[in-house]
Design a protein around this ligand. Structure first.
Ligand code: AMP
Length: 249
């Protein structure tokens, strides 16, 4: 069984994001980038399935600028077997990413595609669902547990009211939630070994996909600054303030 894992290069989650002076986008110059945290979980799950003997190959895919290859090398260092980079400098929105991943699925014929539930830069939470729609494959989103038996995959989903378990026949699309697993760190020897693993570069044109943006960003703004807190001198004042001044959010 071949597993395809989508890994996005995003601004590192520890970076305090700043908006560009003209309000057009987030500042990315001189900023640290890393693999989207939910995609680290996706790679970890794929590698664990391979370690259990349930998968034979793990292929990591990243779409975007040349530096996405660094993200792919990280995926290779934690256990992916090979990587595919679809290189473009054009801003890729979820529909374009889903179309490109569909073209790669046509080419690679994986039994399972694992994506993060959302990218922490755009917070879209759309790509996995769109890919499932384009391929016509069943989807198990927000996965906190995955079990494979024969040609069936059971996915425990984190939903508002608790947990929901769905059974999907493969090929299928799964998106990861935070509690699915705890990703391992890449060891130095594995980082070195990853440099020798195969990394194929493709273009958007070669995949025959129209990846042009469909949405225009009108404005990006930072959240309003929080006002400082105050100390109250008694419980009675606190209760009074809670009753009369607290806003329901
Ligand atoms: P989103 O729908 O943008 O929140 O992204 C959901 C998931 O889709 C991410 O966690 C990734 O697994 C995948 N994804 C989105 N954009 C890309 C990209 N440019 N390259 C690789 N994977 C991506």
């Amino acid at each position: 069984m071949k597993i395809l894992v989508a890994v996005k290069r995003v601004v590192d989650y520890n970076v305090k994001v700043r908006v560009k002076a003209d309000g057009s986008a987030v500042e990315t110059d001189g900023v640290k980038f890393s693999m989207n945290p939910f995609d680290e979980i996706a790679v970890e799950e794929a590698v664990r399935l391979k370690e259990k003997g349930l998968a034979t190959e793990v292929v990591a895919v990243s779409l975007g600028v040349a530096q996405c290859q660094e993200t792919l090398r990280t995926a290779l260092a934690v256990g992916a077997d090979r990587a595919i980079h679809v290189q473009t400098d054009v801003e890729l929105q979820p529909l374009a990413v889903a179309k490109l991943l569909k073209a790669i699925c046509d080419k690679e014929q994986p039994q399972l595609v694992i994506l993060g539930k959302q990218a922490i830069d755009d917070d879209c939470n759309q790509t996995g669902q769109m890919l499932a729609a384009l391929t016509g494959w069943p989807q198990g989103t927000f996965a906190s547990k995955v079990e494979i038996t024969g040609n069936e995959i059971s996915v425990v989903r984190e939903v508002d009211g608790g947990l929901e378990t769905v059974a999907l026949s493969m090929p299928a699309v799964v998106t990861t939630d935070l509690r699915l697993n705890e990703p391992r760190y890449a060891t130095l020897p594995n980082i070195m070994k990853a440099k020798k693993k195969p990394l194929e570069t493709l273009t958007v044109d070669a995949l025959g996909v129209d990846a042009s943006p469909r949405l225009a960003t009108l404005k990006v703004a930072e959240p309003a600054k929080r006002k400082g807190g105050i100390k109250v001198d008694s419980v009675a004042t606190l209760v009074d303030k809670l009753k009369n001044e607290a806003r329901v959010i």
